[in-house]
Design a binder for this molecule. Structure first.
Ligand code: ADP
Length: 587
């Protein structure tokens, strides 16, 4: 999420002086500012009006995710300018961002004192494909990390390649994730003097998923993780933080690389830039509906776009499914595990609906571990969105309940913490930390927008004292103090006698404190398509389905019952790359 600030304020004031409102037929000229809330807070626009015509719209301040929102803003602007109306439909999949933009423009027009549009509502026009049938060597479905990794490697191997994406913008869950990536023996570990090994990482991952992952595939993951991280850094140009690593729950050492900005925005922006440089077309709002199977071989896909065209993309060598999981598809969640019904919100993007799994199964693919669905323990109780500010937990923040007690080891696996939270009063937990922890994790400074949003929603509070922290959320004050005193002693002695914290507890003697309310929300679906070490899709008899490959969250072989933090990016990068290479060598 990036702030765009243009130095237009003074210009606006002078132009606004030229507004004149006539009687009856009002006329306005000049620049007007308007503001409304989008998904991540205020969107501020400047609308240039010329004789009652909308001439131009500029976004002058926004906290929306830049990669996601830029195409949305551009499309809405073009539709408004073209039709001289702000009465425009929101873009599906980006409804809140669209509404924020539309309302901000309408706010500006209101300030101009003129009603430019009539009652007609306009839809955003979509680009039409010149050819409804196209042919490539490799067709990639989905534009998250797995899809881009696959496409880049397919192109590197000499294939012509296209990426098809059903949403109006790229990125999928990869974009909105923290995007940390586990890689044993990585360059930051070496700098920090942390001892790790491929074997340790393999064991942590197998154990983290309760032995339900496929061992030889986890070996593949562990063996190729470091190389995949180097490739992201050196080929895709992803910038990682050079002096900090995360130790997510279930890992025996700090091994997760952190991308600049602590979100997937850095990764997806760099992927898109690289794909542009390599001339890989990305077709947005193009939903793949079917795989084409001829004589037992997958030879392409059927798709439809929002311009209403039915399209065929032939694949000379192979089709790669990289459509992500099914966290946003409540019916599908209930089909495979009735526990995960409507009572759960989700951290996922709306495109995460399991399409690739359904299409692959129809083509004979084997599925596994479909019942294992992961909740992320620390999410916004109002929206279900994952909280990255609370990543302070990885550096010593504690979790307490309404009664002021700790109730779980803070670096336990996500499923264990989630279940523990749901067993507490009000089915929620509170993350508590101070500046001694914040100075290590720097999460507030990194996620300023989320911090401001949580404060505004009354879900995060900065308190000078523990009394104040407890009062804000109606937590038992004296018990909270006792809990913190114990934590301070454990921190001093280097041993957590209550929950055996595997990282480091930090003394919470000094305020100010940060306290945040959190609930679990659906985050990752571990199950999916069965692939082999070449990312080839297997059928129910474990035979390769010719022409079909898959990578990323859509597959079900790595994570078993529970994905460890930082393992999604490793999974999508390692097997996305393998899929791109394999699909380029027609078998
Ligand atoms: P991964 O982490 O495995 O790369 P992501 O969730 O990041 O998965 O990305 C998956 C992408 O696939 C999302 O952008 C999603 O919108 C897209 N997608 C899902 N189903 C389809 C479909 N039927 N056609 C085209 N794109 C799809």
């Amino acid at each position: 999420m990036k702030k765009i600030k243009l130095l237009v304020a003074s210009l606006t004031i002078s132009l606004m002086a030229s507004v004149f409102v006539g009687c009856g037929n009002k006329s306005a000229n000049g620049a007007y500012e308007g503001q409304a809330d989008g998904k991540h807070g205020a969107i501020k626009v400047q609308v240039q009006v010329d004789n009652n015509n909308i001439k131009d719209i500029k976004v002058i301040e926004t906290n929306e995710n830049e990669v996601l929102s830029e195409p949305v803003f551009t499309k809405l602007k073009n539709t408004m300018v073209c039709n001289n109306s702000s009465n425009v439909d929101a873009i599906s999949g980006s409804t809140e961002t669209s509404k924020g933009y539309i309302n901000a423009v309408q706010d500006a027009l209101k300030k101009a004192g003129v009603k430019i549009e009539g009652n007609k509502k306009y839809s955003v026009e979509h680009m039409k494909e010149e050819k409804t049938e196209q042919e490539y060597d490799v067709v990639v479905i989905g534009s998250g990390g797995a899809g881009f990794g696959a496409a880049l490697e397919a192109k590197n191997a000499g294939s012509s390649v296209v990426i098809l994406e059903k949403m109006p913008s790229i990125g999928g869950n990869t974009l909105i994730s923290g995007a940390e990536m586990n890689a044993p023996n990585n360059w930051v570990q070496k700098k920090l003097g942390i001892n790790d090994s491929i074997e340790k990482y393999y064991e942590d991952t197998v154990k983290g998923g309760d032995n339900k992952g496929v061992p030889n595939m986890i070996k593949e993951l562990a063996n190729n993780a470091e190389n995949a991280a180097e490739w992201l850094k050196d080929f895709v140009n992803v910038e990682f933080i050079e002096d900090q690593l995360f130790q997510f729950g279930g890992h025996s050492v700090k091994r997760a690389l952190i991308p600049k900005g602590h979100t997937g925005e850095e990764m997806m922006t760099k992927y898109k830039l690289k794909a542009d440089e390599m001339q890989i077309p990305v077709k947005l709002e193009t939903e793949v509906t079917d795989l084409i199977v001829e004589d037992g071989r997958v030879t392409g896909v059927k798709a439809k776009n929002t311009a209403g065209q039915d399209l065929t993309f032939k694949a000379k060598n192979g089709v790669i499914i990289a459509t992500g999981g099914f966290g946003s598809n409540v019916e599908m969640r209930k089909k495979y595990n009735p526990e995960y019904d409507e009572k759960y919100m989700t951290t996922d993007t709306p495109g995460t609906t399991g399409d690739g799994i359904v299409m692959a199964e129809k083509a004979g693919a084997k599925l596994m571990n479909m019942e294992y669905i992961q909740t992320y323990p620390i999410c916004n109780p109002k929206t279900g969105v994952i909280s990255l500010v609370a990543d302070s937990r990885f550096d010593g923040a504690i979790l307490v309940n309404q009664e002021g007690n700790r109730f779980v080891e803070e670096l336990q696996r996500r499923d264990v913490i989630s279940k523990a939270i749901l067993n507490q009063t009000n089915k929620c937990g509170y993350v508590l930390w101070n500046d001694d922890i914040e100075n290590i994790s720097k999460t507030i400074n990194t996620h300023k927008d989320e911090y401001a949003m949580l404060e505004k929603q009354g879900l995060l509070h900065k308190a000078d004292t523990l009394e104040d922290a407890a009062k804000f959320f109606n937590i038992d004050e004296s018990q909270l103090k006792k809990t913190v005193e114990k934590v301070n002693t454990f921190a001093k002695n280097g041993k957590d006698e209550d929950f055996n914290h595997r990282g480091k507890l930090v003394s919470l003697e000094k305020g100010p404190y940060y306290i945040e309310k959190a609930v679990p929300s659906i985050h990752h679906t571990m199950g999916g398509i069965v692939i082999d070490e070449k990312s080839r899709v297997l059928d129910v008899n474990n035979k390769v389905i010719p022409g079909l490959y898959a990578a990323g969250e859509v597959t079900g072989v790595i994570h078993g019952t529970n994905r460890l933090g930082g393992n999604a990016i490793t999974d999508i990068t390692v097997f996305g790359r393998v899929a791109g290479e394999s699909a380029s060598n027609k078998e």
